[in-house]
Design a protein around this ligand. Structure first.
Ligand code: AMP
Length: 425
């Protein structure tokens, strides 16, 4: 089915042509008609398969129809996303798909000055893309008016309905008109999330392309089982291969991201890092440098695991194996986007084998085990690379030491008195 069959306006069709899309992707084919008909929707499809356009195109159409009917500018659509980067990306998509229309969109997210955001909203916007925190703040201070809102979208919906975000989503929904269209899009949508989704939707239609825990099938996946202390060396070995051109490396903790980045810098690898303790400016610059090919490697926490669209990521490396299977699917979805081939490599030390089991069960696939020829899997702790700071102590060891210290203190106090008494005797 060509795009022209959906009944979208000609300005939108022109923008699609400009973007070079020959035909709709499966999720677009299935979702766009349902969104156009005004249904609530849950759409589950692999990452990188055009979900953004599946909700943005019908929304643009709806808003532009309103203008044709002489309506004035009011905020008709709110799109909620879990990270600032994803919010910015969705806004850019809206601007490009809506380039032929007089539509205004604003992004609202924390970490940057709010003045500019408030100003852009006050000029009048048709659509707002936001992360929940700053949005709630501005709603509470009555800076936003959603009384004419028609469509709410939760992108990465399962994450938005997760415990951490759910109270925020409930608060926000409380400020929106009850009669509205609510759309949920995600690559993963566990069964248990569906009942939570019902709180926000009315008789939703369901679109499911592939399985509920969609791993992109353009991505080849493999696992290296190795001792944890050799992961850095293994990464360095892999990065020396010419095919490792744009490599996204996921770690679990910010601290780990900092340490790994220092290690790679010392080994003369061009690298940027991205995690939540960095300023918004640093985060956007790291992402841009990676997109522009100024750095070979981006070391990141799960902050970029969802939704972010970066062209030509050659490999995703799970330096630390993700703690839950959904995160695995989202992380590896950063490569192999829009039908391009990609590779997902996971490092799995013994302690993480249970996580690997869980993930394999969830995606219904056993991942290929690989061995790197010539790599010394039995090396003891490697010598620090030139210029590398001495290895920091293992946090578990550090915690044990601190616990021991804490435990010591009351002991000395408790034992002192009797000792003094004994001395008096
Ligand atoms: P998304 O899943 O929305 O992040 O989109 C992933 C990538 O697919 C983006 O780079 C889009 O520009 C691209 N894309 C979206 N729709 C189509 C289409 N119909 N044909 C080709 N590429 C598309």
């Amino acid at each position: 089915m060509p795009f022209s069959n959906f009944g979208l306006g000609k300005e939108i069709l022109r923008a699609i042509q400009k973007a070079g899309y020959a035909r709709p992707t499966p999720v677009q084919t299935a979702a766009i008609p349902k969104v156009m008909q005004g249904h609530d929707l849950i759409a589950i499809a692999q990452t990188g398969t055009g979900k953004t356009a599946a909700f943005v195109l019908p929304m643009l159409h709806r808003i532009s129809l309103g203008y044709r009917q002489g309506q004035s500018r009011v905020t008709k659509a709110l799109i909620l996303a879990p990270t600032r980067e994803l919010a910015v990306q969705i806004m850019e998509n809206i601007r490009s798909y809506g380039s032929g229309l007089p539509i205004r969109v604003a992004a609202i997210f924390g970490g940057v000055e709010e003045e500019a955001q408030i100003k852009s909203v006050h000029k009048g916007v048709d659509m707002i893309v936001a992360t929940p925190g700053r949005l709630i703040d501005l709603i509470g201070r009555q800076k936003l008016d959603f009384s004419a809102l028609e469509v709410l979208v939760l992108d990465e919906a399962d994450r938005m309905l997760h415990m951490g975000f759910l109270p925020d989503i409930e608060t926000i929904a409380g400020y929106l008109p009850k009669r509205r269209q609510t759309l949920m899009f995600s690559a993963t949508f566990p069964k248990e999330v569906e009942s939570l989704a019902r709180r926000f939707q009315y008789q939703p239609k369901m679109v499911q392309i592939g399985s509920r825990s969609n791993a992109a099938d353009t991505v080849t996946q493999c696992v290296y089982e190795l001792p944890a202390h050799l992961k850095k060396e293994m990464l360095l070995e892999l990065l020396r291969q010419p095919k490792f051109t744009r490599v996204l490396v996921f770690v679990r903790m910010k601290d780990g991201a900092n340490r790994l980045t220092e290690f790679l810098q010392a080994a003369k690898v061009k690298v940027a890092k991205l995690h939540s303790s960095r300023s918004q400016e640093q985060r956007l610059k790291a992402l841009q440098d990676f997109k522009d090919g100024k750095v070979q490697v981006l070391v990141a926490t799960d902050i970029v695991a969802r939704g972010i669209d970066i062209d030509g990521v050659s490999q995703v490396v799970n330096f630390d194996f993700p703690v839950n299977p959904e995160d695995y699917v989202h992380r590896i979805g950063r490569t192999g986007r829009a039908e391009a081939a990609g590779e997902a490599i996971s490092f799995v030390p013994k302690g993480d084998l249970n996580l690997l089991d869980m993930t394999e069960l969830s995606i219904g696939q056993r991942l290929e085990r690989k061995r790197l020829r010539g790599f010394d899997y039995h090396a003891t702790t490697p010598a620090p690379a030139a210029g590398e700071a001495p290895a920091k102590r293992d946090w578990r060891k550090r915690t044990r030491e601190m616990d021991a210290k804490k435990a010591e203190k009351p002991k000395t106090r408790a034992t002192k008195k009797p000792a003094a008494k004994r001395g008096k005797k």
